[in-house]
Design a protein around this ligand. Structure first.
Ligand SMILES: *Cc1c(COP(=O)(O)O)cnc(C)c1O
Length: 480
């Protein structure tokens, strides 16, 4: 192809092909046919501009027509390829925020696809043909499943808390325990949310111990709300004490104040059945008398990203009339997925079978071990033993996503110890495969946790590992 490496110098700037010549190059013409003239012309200019800059800085690079045309086509293709795409979660973190938290149930995926493909009855009354309310698709279901009087849904739980605190306490005081002033994933910090809502934060108790009297002593005529927040991503152990939802609600009601309980993960089932500690459920929080309860849709609930608000009718009505409710409105795809997910919960056995988050938590140690053995066998069949050691080891999966902190589930890890490169290098190569594979690194090995693999992913994973090693080291790896 005659790609001469040219020393960077001002004279080389003149050797760069002209825009018109590039546009006539065969590969560029094909790109125009496939992707349209506008984008390709833009990329030609962009590539030439970047090359000029680099040449001026004295960098050496091929500037012949063929090489520049190749760069143009690559740039065009990069623009036309999605980056938000499917990836294999081999990390063992069930609710991995970086990998999109909850995987949706098949019924939810079908529902999303249906409302995306055509018109839907999102906000319309079938009987009268008049404008309806989008929340109606899930309102009754949420009440039925949790025992709440009323319910609504917004974009996410951070929005739900912001909205509820704004409606209940703007310009007044909110009392919260120092042990619950949490930060969840960087941008959600309880003190910031309260400040943003225009309420004043009143901290009570200490980091490790807060008693009912601490709350009671802090109540003034200016108090508008008692706030509870489930510390969902850390644990305080040892000499600790927090006030239960029930105690707090009865104190609040003696002073005619509401309690807002941010439970975080939106659990509707008993987590003990998965060998985990008890995670507070939505039903319990409602039962305990909390006036408003909020949670995420895409944590333990196993649905789409959403902020669910449950509570007393009068308060939920006020929340629904607030302009922030409109600003934080959920879209039809979210609602479709949420509705379908909630309908599965009407039959709890079906929910555990069908909702991937619950199914993944419910996997038995034997099931995982069988998967691990099968994976090891298939990896060993294609990977050269002089390049990599594959072995099994007992380990732990994590729930993740700010749910059940510090609690782990026993698993069998498939460990890859590359012999001619570092574990980091292999992990990176895996992330650039098609599909991308995300793993963990422990003890200088790349570890794969079969728990979070989906049924059909074993083949693709084996292929990805083989290709990654091939790319890093070259040589023969049989692509079975
Ligand atoms: C995760 C979490 C949030 C934030 O929820 P998003 O749906 O991610 O906005 C808020 N509060 C608690 C207690 C949480 O666990």
């Amino acid at each position: 192809m005659g790609a001469q490496r040219t020393q960077g110098s001002p004279s080389n700037l003149r050797q760069l092909p002209a825009v018109s010549r590039l546009l006539q190059h065969e590969r560029v013409r094909k790109a125009i046919a496939a992707h349209g003239r506008e984008l390709v012309v833009h990329c030609v200019r962009e590539v030439l501009e970047q090359m000029r800059d680099r040449l001026r800085r004295g960098e050496a690079m091929p500037v012949d027509l063929e090489s520049v045309a190749y760069e143009v086509v690559r740039t065009v293709e990069r623009w036309r390829t999605s980056t938000l795409r499917y990836a294999i979660n081999a990390t063992g973190v069930v609710l991995h925020t970086g990998l999109g938290r909850a995987v949706l149930a098949e019924a939810a995926r079908r529902a999303v696809s249906e409302v995306a493909q055509a018109h839907s009855m999102l906000e319309i009354d079938r009987e009268t043909g008049e404008r309806g309310d989008r929340i109606e698709h899930v309102r009754e279901l949420l009440c039925r499943l949790t025992g709440a009087e009323d319910a609504t849904v917004v974009n996410n739980n951070a929005g739900a808390v912001l909205l509820a605190v704004t409606v209940l306490a703007q310009g007044r005081e909110v009392i919260i325990s120092r042990g619950q002033l949490v930060e969840i994933g960087g941008a959600f910090r309880m003190p910031d949310i309260i400040a943003q809502s225009g309420a004043r934060l009143v901290e009570v108790g200490t980091t490790n111990r807060t008693r009912l009297q601490d709350y009671e002593r802090a109540i003034t005529p200016d108090t508008a709300l008692l706030l509870r927040c489930h510390p969902s991503n850390f644990r305080i152990v040892g000499f600790t004490e927090e006030v239960s939802a029930r105690e707090l609600a009865s104190l609040a009601h003696r002073y005619s104040l509401p309690v807002l309980d941010d439970v975080g993960s939106g659990c509707l089932v008993a987590t003990e059945q998965f060998g985990l500690e008890h995670e507070p459920t939505l039903q319990e929080s409602v039962q305990a008398g909390c006036d408003v309860v909020t949670c995420s849709g895409d944590k333990l609930l196993g649905g789409p990203q959403a902020g669910i608000v449950l509570g007393r009718k009068e308060i939920v009505q006020r929340i629904r009339r607030h302009p922030l409710h409109r600003a934080l409105r959920v879209d039809k795809m979210t609602l479709a997925a949420l509705e379908a997910t909630l309908r599965l919960y009407l039959n709890p056995q079906e929910a555990i079978r069908e909702i991937p988050v619950l199914r993944t938590l419910a996997m038995s140690a034997e099931q995982i071990q069988r998967r691990a053995r099968r994976l090891r066998r298939r990896l060993q069949a294609v990977l050269p033993t002089e390049k990599i050691v594959v072995h099994l080891r007992a380990g732990m999966s994590a729930v993740g996503g700010g749910s059940l902190p510090g609690q782990q589930l026993p698993t069998t890890l498939v460990c890859l110890r590359p012999l001619q490169m570092g574990a980091q290098q292999l992990a990176r190569a895996l992330r650039w495969q098609q599909p991308a594979v995300f793993t963990r690194i422990e003890q200088d090995e790349v570890v794969i946790d079969p728990r979070t693999l989906l049924e059909a992913e074993v083949g693709a994973l084996v292929q990805a590992v083989a290709c990654a090693i091939d790319q890093c080291l070259g040589g023969e790896v049989s692509h079975a």
